[in-house]
Design a protein. Structure first.
Length: 365
């Protein structure tokens, strides 16, 4: 949306980190198949890095061992996710700060409702395909392999390094899998799918879960701010003031490692907009059925509310999320990696079963 115009906001909420805070171990929630040349599988360069694929620190990239040899360049990398004690509604995948363009990689996504091994097998012959829709940076095409339903899997190919968000029809499933593979031939021979021979595949963070669209646009008096909050100003005895700045905002560490949702990679860091963006929003006259779940003694997946789909799964300000002020936008600059800048969610009743809800959202770096 031009000028970051405000329409109906959308929140992309991660499921994995919610499960981690509720007692699921990182190695139970996420698995990356270990390197096995006999099975054509590439693993992580450092297996201890596994939890960092979901650590909500996108600049902290995890490296797969894709360029090691001509053999590994033809193999595939398979992360899989286990939602543990139940099936959760899932309708998006986001891969933040990846270098898939440089690594010459694409990926596909599958799920299975009962058998975890199906989402961990090369080419996913017994898993069910996901049919994704591109939000940005992920063109969709047909694979040459089929899944359990006999239909061709869908390949997702980013056109640039950076971040990719894909949505799909809501699915209730416990087991999910991704497969990354190379997209180039071998020296122009037309044979095989090869990763790049100079760049290992790197991923900053994987977020998978359910997005939530607010029931309506916020009130007109939305306050958007851009603040430089990492500055310290000191004053000398003579009245002169001096400032030091530890961070100006989003980072550009290299052309293959930079903060989510900015696409500038030239002239060092001079072309980045600085500051931390925040939104203060109020949503007036929301129905109680859009605010609170039907019951509050047990989570019910059938509920779609502010509390059940956003506030509960982020634990308030604890877990970051992806936010856009316009849920229909396909412009990457409309998206923020953010968290709530508030400890409590106040719901003010203004009429029977009608509430006003206020939120403050703050950009994360």
């Amino acid at each position: 949306m031009a000028n970051l115009d405000i329409r109906t906001p959308r929140f992309y909420i991660d499921r994995l980190n919610y499960l981690l805070t509720r007692g699921i171990s990182p190695t139970y929630a996420l698995n990356v198949e270990a390197t096995d040349s006999g099975a054509n599988i590439i693993g992580l360069k450092n297996t201890d890095d596994l939890p960092e694929l979901m650590d909500m620190r996108p600049l902290n990239q995890v490296e797969f061992n894709t360029k090691a040899s001509a053999v590994t360049r033809q193999d595939v990398a398979i992360p899989s996710f286990n939602f543990g004690f139940g099936s959760y509604k899932t309708n998006f995948i986001a891969i933040l700060n990846h270098n898939m363009k440089s690594a010459e990689a694409n990926f596909k996504m599958v799920y299975d409702t009962s058998t975890e091994a199906h989402v961990q097998a090369v080419n996913f012959p017994d898993a069910i395909r996901v049919e994704p829709t591109q939000v940005f940076n992920g063109a969709v095409s047909n694979d040459s392999y089929t899944g359990a339903d006999g239909e061709l899997h869908k390949l997702i190919t980013p056109s640039a390094n950076g971040s990719t968000i894909m949505t799909f029809n809501e699915i209730d499933s416990a087991y999910w899998g991704l497969q990354f593979r190379g997209v180039t031939d071998s020296g122009g021979t037309g044979a095989g799918n090869y990763f790049d021979n100079e760049h290992d595949l790197k991923i900053g963070c994987i977020i998978i879960g359910e997005y939530y669209d607010m029931p309506q646009s916020p009130d007109l008096n939305v306050k958007r701010s851009i603040k430089f909050d990492n500055q310290k100003i000191q004053e000398s005895l003579g009245g002169q003031r001096f400032s030091s700045m530890t961070s100006y905002g989003k980072s550009l560490l290299s052309t293959t490692n930079f903060s989510p949702f900015q696409t500038y990679t030239g002239n060092n860091k001079r072309g980045l907009y600085g500051g931390r963006m925040t939104y203060d929003m109020k949503f007036s006259y929301l129905s109680s059925s859009d605010v609170m779940p039907s019951t509050y003694d047990i989570q019910t997946q059938a509920d779609d509310t502010v509390v059940s789909d956003i506030w509960n799964y982020t634990h308030g300000s604890h877990i970051p999320f992806i936010f856009t002020q316009d849920g229909t936008s396909t412009d990457e600059s409309d998206y923020l990696f953010a968290r709530f800048a508030q400890d409590s969610l106040s719901m003010t009743q203004v009429a029977p079963d009608v509430f006003d809800v206020s939120m403050k959202i703050e950009e994360e770096f």
